[in-house]
Write a protein that binds this ligand. Sequence first.
Ligand code: SF4
Ligand code: F3S
Ligand code: ZN
Length: 103
Amino acid sequence: PIDSNFEQNREVVEEHNGHDVWGPVEEPETLGIHGTHVAVDFDICLADGACLEDCPVDVFEWVDSPGHPESEIKADPANEAQCIDCMLCVDVCPVDAIDVDPG
Ligand code: SF4
Ligand code: F3S
Ligand code: ZN
């Protein structure tokens, strides 16, 4: 599962779609964690899609990840500022790739 303490254990290495990316990133096989309030571990996501289907405010969008060993698309928290902390995505992801911190 995603490391819920990623903010302590990782560093921001780049920006993507208006959110931070927490490294390490070594494309194409290591992609890091995208987002902070709504964080998706791209190295765990296997493109199940439940988060996109269930999020009531459409936080997630597919992005391409060609060459990644788990999946060739990832759920990107492109609209993380819209999150209403319902925690549905955290509950439905079959591989626990998502961390939402209501803080
Ligand atoms: Fe969407 Fe709810 Fe997940 Fe926030 S916690 S990203 S509102 S499903
Ligand atoms: Fe990926 Fe989990 Fe969503 S596998 S597509 S983050 S439900
Ligand atoms: Zn992203």
